[in-house]
Ligand binder design. Structure first.
Ligand code: PLP
Length: 350
């Protein structure tokens, strides 16, 4: 779970918060079909959820074109990041996770808390992309796992698919690779940018997906891993699996996973907000990194704390980062009303 979720105040009207744009949530979910399914499922809450979990696994496997044995469900993808961190840390004592920097830190933080090292490879200058060449050079006997977040959080930058697939193919022949595709639906072509094809070719790669973003189910908690059955079985000893899922969430996921109309709507609203955000930033003289996600990162002209505080005074919560000698603000995509609140606040704060 994005640590922002706990670092920002709840959406409380009393606190005067107009727009919570700090946790990469999606205000358009859950879909109407998912909400109806939750209501219906509540009366079946006395049942263990295994049968419906099996159905969801089957549905996801068919959609991704892999056998059911290649899918591991979990209450959010975050717990799978943690489970993978624990498994690979205990598998290779004294090992280190290799990742870009900055990136989404949940997996590495869990690994470090259990004694692993963390080797960070800075993003490339200028385009703030993964430096795949340098990461490949840094893979060593000490590496226990290579973590890649694509598109990356907090930058929103998407990795070139040809280069990433070739990287995964070569690197996974030496060390396991974990590709976190939480935001893949917000790229221009999720199939093209995904490395699930590498899984299909039998390479030692895991792909993480979540229902928290395009499906707007962050609070309902559903995610999955795609990978080799033997690896998934080993990871499940540390976390994940149908036993941690709730009946209501599985039924919601079943109802919306292939709801093309809702996915199109959710994506359309996200893209509309993203274009509005780009235009707002340009109008106020800011540059930004092109995003393949439901958030946008842009360099700010004052210290991060000051900017975040001033935006909060205007009723808008956003996140800050500092890297490459620069302070940055990350804005999540909200409703158009929320984006307009951001635009008004930015005009005052700039
Ligand atoms: N991976 C990335 C890149 C994220 O940004 C997040 C949350 O924001 C997660 C994984 C975890 O999401 P969840 O546990 O809601 O599936």
């Amino acid at each position: 779970l994005d640590e922002a979720a706990t670092a920002v105040p709840a959406l409380a009207p009393k606190a005067g918060l107009k727009a919570r744009l700090s946790a990469n949530e999606n205000p358009y979910g859950p879909s109407p079909k998912a909400i109806k399914a939750i209501a219906e499922a509540s009366s079946e809450g006395f049942l263990y959820p295994f049968q419906y979990a099996g159905e969801l696994k089957k549905m996801i496997a068919a959609q991704e074109g892999v056998p059911e044995s290649h899918i591991l469900l979990s209450a959010g993808s975050g717990s799978l990041l943690t489970a993978a961190a624990l498994y690979y840390t205990y598998k290779q004592p004294g090992g280190a996770i290799l990742s870009a920097d900055p990136t989404y830190e949940q997996l590495m933080r869990a690994a470090v808390a259990h004694g692993a090292g963390w080797e960070k490879v800075p993003l490339t200058g200028g385009s703030y992309d993964h430096d795949l060449a340098e990461m490949e050079k840094r893979v060593s006997d000490k590496t226990s796992l290579v973590y890649v977040c694509n598109p990356n959080n907090p930058t929103g930058v998407t990795i070139d698919p040809v280069q990433l697939r070739a990287f995964v193919e070569r690197v996974s022949a030496k060390k396991p690779v974990f590709v976190d595709e939480a935001y893949i639906h917000y790229t221009s072509d999720p199939v093209k940018y995904s490395v699930i094809d590498n899984v299909k070719k039998g390479q030692d790669v895991l792909v993480a997906r979540t229902f928290s973003k395009i499906y707007g189910m962050a609070g309902l908690r559903m995610g999955y891993l795609v990978g080799k059955p033997e690896t998934l079985a080993a990871i499940m000893k540390w976390g994940g699996g149908p036993g941690e899922l709730s009946m209501t969430t599985i039924r919601a996921a079943l109802a919306c996973y292939k709801d093309e109309e809702f996915i199109k709507f959710s994506l359309g609203k996200g893209l509309e907000a993203r274009e509005f955000l780009y235009a707002t930033l340009k109008q106020n003289g800011y540059t930004y990194l092109p995003s393949g996600t439901n958030f946008v990162l842009f360099p700010i002209r004052m210290k991060g704390d000051a900017f975040i505080g001033k935006m909060m005074e205007q009723g808008v919560s956003v996140r800050q980062w500092k890297f490459d000698g620069q302070y940055w603000c990350r804005v999540s995509l909200g409703t158009m009303d929320q984006m307009k609140a951001f635009a008004d606040a930015l005009k005052v704060v700039s």
